[in-house]
Design a protein around this ligand. Structure first.
Ligand SMILES: [Zn+2]
Ligand SMILES: [Zn+2]
Length: 252
């Protein structure tokens, strides 16, 4: 069995200082490929470095909505430079976050759109973050071209999932599918096998029953098991389809 963690932030100290162990634990749990996601210029560079050192790790480069207020004037040029590494497979994570509002909404939108334009020019997919921002996200995606797009840590309702899928956007489920108060169970249950992938978003958001402890790529297995249970399908079937989707999406 082969699973892929499509969203991990491996550069946080706890994981970074034990990276060999983290990667081998992942492998023991069938998680054999990992996409390390940048959130600003510094962590984008770190993601590229980790990917260049580890065959089965790939990187994205991008500015998270939280960090969009802090970008230097030449940030697009710097992202483009970083993306020249063969291990860079997408621009992300970009997006809108109306929950924490660390950056003003107009700045978040501007920086998201500019990075979409960069991804389009570089022929790369985008990975986007959406927290309480269904309308803003859909408006931006409807008005700016993209090659491929992935809605990471999907937590909106089924109607919104269908809206995204109708625009050929893929969805990724995280540990939040295992929570008692999960808001996305209907989506997990009813969207087509071709439309979703799996992720941990580690070190955040460890799945039940590990909630509150450190999250790591190995827990994609726990998430896959829960998705299989909700859908009434075998774990093998979920692994096969989610891995195929991730390989095609990221071209890995
Ligand atoms: Zn995110
Ligand atoms: Zn993330």
């Amino acid at each position: 069995m082969l699973l892929i963690d499509t969203h991990a932030h491996l550069y946080y100290d706890d994981m970074y200082n034990n990276l060999e162990e983290v990667l081998s634990d992942a492998k023991l749990n069938h998680v054999k490929k990992i996409i390390c996601i940048g959130t600003d210029l510094d962590t984008s560079l770190k993601s590229v470095k980790i990917a260049e050192k580890n065959e089965n790790v790939f990187a994205t480069v991008g500015i998270h909505p939280h960090d969009s207020k802090d970008v230097p004037n030449d940030y697009l040029m710097q992202l483009e430079k970083l993306s020249s590494s063969k291990k860079v497979v997408a621009v992300g994570e970009i997006g809108i976050d109306n929950f924490r509002n660390h950056s003003p909404i107009d700045v978040q939108k501007k920086v998201m759109v500019e990075q979409m334009e960069l991804a389009y020019k570089l022929n790369l997919p985008i990975v986007f973050h959406n927290r309480d921002a269904d309308n803003e996200i859909f408006d931006i995606l409807s008005n700016h071209p993209f090659h491929k797009a992935l809605s990471h840590c999907f937590s909106s309702n089924l109607d919104f999932a269908k809206k995204l899928i109708s625009q050929r956007i893929k969805i990724s489920f995280s540990g939040n599918v295992t929570f008692k108060n999960a808001t996305n169970t209907k989506t997990v249950e009813s969207i087509s096998l071709e439309d979703f992938m799996l992720e941990t978003d580690c070190p955040f958001l460890a799945p039940h029953p590990y909630r509150g402890s450190k999250n790591e790529p190995k827990y994609v297995l726990t998430i896959a098991e829960k998705v299989a249970e909700i859908r009434g399908e075998t774990l093998e079937k979920i692994a096969l389809s989610s891995t195929k989707n991730a390989k095609e999406f990221f071209n890995i």
